[in-house]
Ligand binder design. Sequence first.
Ligand code: FAD
Ligand code: DLZ
Ligand code: SF4
Length: 516
Amino acid sequence: MASQENAQELRNLILVLGDQLCRKVSSLDGADRDQDIILMAEVSEEAGYVRHHKKKIAFLFSAMRHFARELEEDGWKVRYTKLDDPENSGSLAGEIEGVLDGQRFSRVVITEPGEYRVKSALDAWAEASGAVLEMRQDSRFLCSHERFQSWAEGRKQLRMEYFYREMRRETGLLMQGDQPEGGKWNFDQENRKPAKGDLCLPHPLETRPDAITEEVLDLVEARFGGHFGTLRPFWFAVTREGALQALEYFAEKALSCFGDYQDAMLEGERFLYHSVISQYINSGLLEPMEVCRRVERAYYEGNAPLNAAEGFIRQIIGWREYVRGIYWLNMPGYTEQNYFGASRPLPDFYWTGETGMACLAAAITQTREEAYAHHIQRLMVTGNFAMLAGVDPREVHEWYLAVYADAYEWVEAPNVIGMSQFADGGLLGSKPYAASGNYINKMSDHCAGCSYDVKRKTGEGACPFNPLYWDFLVRNTDKLRGNPRLRQVYRTWDRMSSERQDAYLETARRVLERYF
Ligand code: FAD
Ligand code: DLZ
Ligand code: SF4
């Protein structure tokens, strides 16, 4: 039997990060309630590396505090540092050192951080301090880094669709033997309906703040009052139980229409039929597979059509896993990519929402108030405008990382740098998601109340997306003309009269002058 001293030397210090709030997180595998110590810390380093939305910080701190309390109630020894603890060192490494100091641990155990930045800092700390750091794979993801690497190896193009099919086969989700349910892998053709104002739209489930959340809200107001975003009302769930209720609510009330209206936008309707659970999945409160199984069940029980269930599951086992793979395959360096050499600063209205462009005003205002916008708003409104206008992708990336409650670099950067800005030159997408006002008009009702005219292509009052679209294509001819998917578009440009081309470019020049 080990002596008491030897037993002590087998103790682990387990660091659980703010986005690892899951009882099944791999750092807790095999942990010993009687002697191991779990460390959780609110630190200014993490709260301040970008100026996060107030709601994002409040959500995470409150969820961390609730998770720590649950662990303690379950008999774990938890050392929890609050942001305003006088001894708070301000960094994760500092907090680890504070616990190691004078105590005997055989090693520090952690599940691999989601962000390259944090992983490198912890690796560097371990190297410098000589501490034994055991970094375990994050088993909440279906696809390990090695698995993604071997899938990517030797492929000319890394298309999500093929990756997704492998994940479907592997998980068995919506599969009949080795064939996809309904005979097709993808039902996206059915998922592009514009919404009309008379739909019956459920608001996501709201959770009333408890005493822990109220304390955190006060702290955030005091310490981060100058950050972007409205703090109250605050209605996110902050526990696993609350997040499960939100999932259930979505499955019952919204999922059946999720597919049909996935790409739609409506003035004054911030959530439509989206699940609004990414902040719960990314922080660990919900597990990706349990979410997919719940949605699959809704389909088999006849409560959701196949286009909704398949479309939803694809976002999680397809896109979510795929962007994580792309991130780790290309870091470091991915966030510095700037294929078009874009260098304009992010316009101020991204912070204020004050612009005459109704689509942008709606997306940014709700981002400020909710720390949420759905995919098409992020991609085709705020992202599209920034790319067309030639905003520096690094600034765009930092904006997205700060303003959404679900934003962590591993998921945000590929979506922004790759999908929305095409700054990686086409690693993630086969062509830029560039669109004129016509697309926004088709998918939304914003244009009706806009101070610009979506039908006007050039001149005073023209929708800015229209001239910017052509200006973007002309500016980047050398990079894009050879793209087979853009051949037709360039043909259209070539066939225009030179007067018309000049009018587009002149209107774009004026728009850019107005905003930059
Ligand atoms: P739903 O529309 O209900 O979709 C269901 C779930 O699918 C989401 O909860 C999410 O977990 C997953 N999902 C859907 N699309 C994606 C995707 N492209 N990549 C990864 N997961 C996806 N998602 C983030 O989680 N964090 C981000 O920081 C983030 N930044 C984005 C930036 C841009 C420019 C774009 C275009 C997309 C970004 N996304 C990000 C993806 C997507 O917009 C959000 O996951 C989604 O809007 C979250 O809302 P929801 O939970 O209502 O999702
Ligand atoms: C986002 C965030 C914030 C705002 N604060 C903390 C914190 O104080 N402590 C912590 O452990 N984690 C925080 N996080 C989440 C981390 O930034 C996240 O774990 C890393 O980005 C790795 O993915
Ligand atoms: Fe947006 Fe143009 Fe429509 Fe205005 S007219 S809402 S700027 S797409």
